[in-house]
Every structure is written in structure tokens, then in C-alpha cells.
Design a protein around this ligand. Structure first.
Ligand code: COI
Length: 370
């Protein structure tokens, strides 16, 4: 695969002037261009960059019926020095590769996937550089997607696919970051099977499973769902849009990657930082009863989620059965704040990138308001 530049069909008329950078929200606006590649006759081919547009799909396309689709998400940040940094895209490429394998999508090699994703992202960033927001907390969200495109009602893997990468200028995923989000522990429905399911893959089915419990949680006044294991509904898993961390009695604890939760990139970054700071997190099963007991004993010091969209998101309270357990302080805890400052500091080029986490793309434009 020639990786220099992918052929480009530029937009005739940019939509940039329609964007209200004061009200970006999350994922509602898509930049002018997207990357596209297809799989046909046994090979990935025809990489190109073209205007963001609707794609023709027959109603009989099996992906629409049986869900053979995977995606990922990573971000580019306009730095305080005006350079743009992509955060750990090679981890997303590996995860997308692994998700493809789990969904029986013919995966490229990990290295090829990484090179295509990083090159396509660079080129999209260069083309749509004026779309990259420059305010602190804003970023360019990059969404690769792979879908089966064969029209067949047989339940089997498709013989043709499309790989797209689209980009979207975004603000915070959660709006009430200052006071922290509230979670409702789901003890009836399951996000993903405990053993052998799809939980570690970034695939539509996991998100589809979350919609009804998510709706019910919001109806009851909570922001998000805290999932328990699918076997006993006993052990904490994740939040869907983020991995979960607790600081209890001076120790940080997070559920282990056992195949049922998403291997988060920010989760991995948090673990690395905590290790470096001399407070390694325990990766172990955490019973919801343990959390409740720790709350009753006044030992829960901090709770936060970690995710690409969510970054580091303070969690203020947890509703379980008929009780709500809330932290004493409404503001983010010291460790939560330190992790947020360190990770965003690296992402926006405010702090040295000691771990070589960022890939730099030099473009002209304004520096971020760090
Ligand atoms: C992400 O953090 O990239 C996610 O995919 C979470 C959500 C927006 C689906």
C-alpha cells in the first residue's frame, strides 16, 4: 500500500461558516472531508479522501440487520503552540483491528491499519485544519467505522466492506463536569456477556444494549449507567462511555480487562501515570457491595471515569437499588483533577509528552487558549 498521500476529491463549497464554535456539543457536526476505503474481491483497496456525504446502502445490507460493524474514537487537539496533536492513535488502530477480528471482518495487519489510520488522519487534519477548535476542552473527534456492505439476508460475514474515517469538532461529552456526573447501577439489564461476548469490541451491539437502561436512568434523574457483570450482576464493569475508577481508603481500584469491558486508551494512560506517581492502581474485581460498604464507612474518597470522549470525568454519586451514595465534596477530588490536568496538559502541548503519546501534525492557525 502506497502511504504517501491518498487521492483527494475536495469539497466545492466548505460548510465551515455554518459552524457555531460556541455551541459544538458532541458529534453533531462533521467536517468537510472523510476517508474511505473498500474491501472487495478479497482485498482492501481504493483509499481516497472525498467530501463528507451520505453513502448508498441497499436495505438488504446484512450489517443493517445483523450488526456487522465496528468503530473507534480518538482525538486531535490544537495545542497552546498551535501544533495539532493526535493522542495515542496507534492504540485505537490496534483496538479497531481487534474489534474487526471479533466481528469476523477481514482485518488488515495491525501495522497496516495503524499506518493507514494515521496517514488518513494527518491528511484530513491538513485539509480541514480550520475546523479544529482552538478553545480549551474542545478538540477534533476522529471516528473510524467499518461496515459490512454486502446485501444478503444470510447470517454470515459479508464479502464486501467499507472503512470510513470521519471527523467532528467537539466540546465536552458531559456538560456538568464541574459538579461531576451521577450514575445509576444497572442490576437488571447487561451491557455485555461476562465470558466470550462482545464487551471488549467497539461494536454497535454493546451500545444498542445500553440504550433502554440509559433512557431509564435519565428518566430517573441520573446521567449514565454503571454496568455490573453479566453473570451475577455483582461486580462493577464500566460506564459505556468510559472506564471506571474508585479511590477507596487511599487506594485506587479499577475493574480488570477480562474481555467484557472496553480496553480504554485513557484508562491505560491513567494506569501509566498512577504507576509513575508511585500509587499504582489495583486492577481487580470490585463488588458493588464493596463500594456500598465503603460508602457507609466513609472511605470512598474519589470516583471518576476515563474515556476518549469523556477524558477524565468526576463521578459525584451512584444510585443503587433505592439509595443514592454521594461523595461529600461536589468538586473533583485532588487525584481526579491531577489526572485531568496531566492528560489534557499533554494533549494540548502544555506539558512535556514524556511517554511519547502524541503524534504531531503541523498546520497553520491559532494556538489553543490553554
Ligand atoms: C469514545 O470515547 O470514543 C466513545 O466511543 C464513547 C462514546 C461517544 C460512544
Amino acid at each position: 500500500m502506497q502511504l504517501s498521500d491518498f487521492p483527494v476529491t475536495p469539497v466545492q463549497q466548505s460548510r465551515l461558516s455554518q459552524v457555531d464554535f460556541d455551541n459544538l456539543g458532541f458529534g453533531a457536526i462533521f467536517c468537510d472531508h472523510m476517508f474511505s476505503m473498500e474491501f472487495a474481491d478479497g482485498a482492501w483497496r481504493n483509499p481516497e479522501i472525498l467530501p463528507y456525504q451520505a453513502i448508498p446502502l441497499e436495505p438488504g445490507v446484512a450489517m443493517l440487520h445483523y450488526g456487522q460493524t465496528v468503530f473507534d474514537g480518538y482525538k486531535a487537539f490544537r495545542g497552546v503552540d498551535a501544533d495539532v496533536r493526535i493522542f495515542r492513535p496507534e492504540m485505537n488502530a490496534r483496538r479497531l483491528h481487534d474489534s474487526c477480528r471479533r466481528l469476523c471482518i477481514p482485518a488488515m495487519g495491525v501495522d497496516e491499519m495503524r499506518d493507514i489510520m494515521i496517514n488518513a488522519t494527518r491528511q484530513l487534519i491538513e485539509l480541514d485544519q480550520d475546523w479544529i477548535p482552538s478553545r480549551w476542552g474542545q478538540s477534533l473527534y476522529i471516528r473510524p467505522l467499518v461496515i459490512g456492505t454486502e446485501a444478503t439476508l444470510e447470517v454470515r460475514a459479508a464479502d464486501s466492506y467499507r472503512f470510513l474515517i470521519m471527523t467532528s469538532p467537539v466540546g465536552s461529552y458531559f456538560t456538568n463536569l464541574e459538579k461531576g456526573v451521577s450514575l445509576r447501577v444497572e442490576d437488571r439489564f447487561t451491557r455485555a456477556a461476562s465470558i466470550g461476548g462482545l464487551g471488549a469490541a467497539k461494536t454497535a451491539a454493546n451500545y444498542a444494549a445500553s440504550l433502554l437502561p440509559g433512557y431509564e436512568s435519565r428518566q430517573q434523574g441520573f446521567d449514565q449507567v454503571l454496568w455490573l457483570d453479566g453473570n451475577e450482576h455483582r461486580y462493577v464493569e464500566e460506564v459505556g462511555a468510559m472506564n471506571m475508577f474508585f479511590k477507596i481508603g487511599g487506594k485506587v481500584v479499577t475493574p480488570p480487562l477480562g474481555g467484557s469491558i472496553l480496553p480504554g486508551v485513557v484508562r491505560d494512560s491513567v494506569l501509566t501515570l498512577l504507576d509513575d506517581w508511585g500509587m499504582p492502581a489495583e486492577e481487580r474485581r470490585i463488588g458493588i457491595d464493596e463500594v456500598v460498604d465503603a460508602f457507609r464507612a466513609g472511605e470512598v474518597e474519589e470516583m471518576f471515569g476515563a474515556g476518549t470522549a469523556a477524558v477524565i470525568c468526576p463521578v459525584a454519586s451512584i444510585g443503587y437499588k433505592d439509595e443514592v451514595f454521594a461523595l461529600a465534596s461536589a468538586s473533583p477530588g485532588e487525584l481526579t483533577q491531577r489526572l485531568y490536568d496531566e492528560i489534557t496538559g499533554i494533549q494540548y502541548g502544555k506539558l512535556p509528552d514524556r511517554y511519547d503519546w502524541t503524534v504531531r501534525v503541523s498546520v497553520s492557525g491559532r494556538a489553543s487558549t490553554g
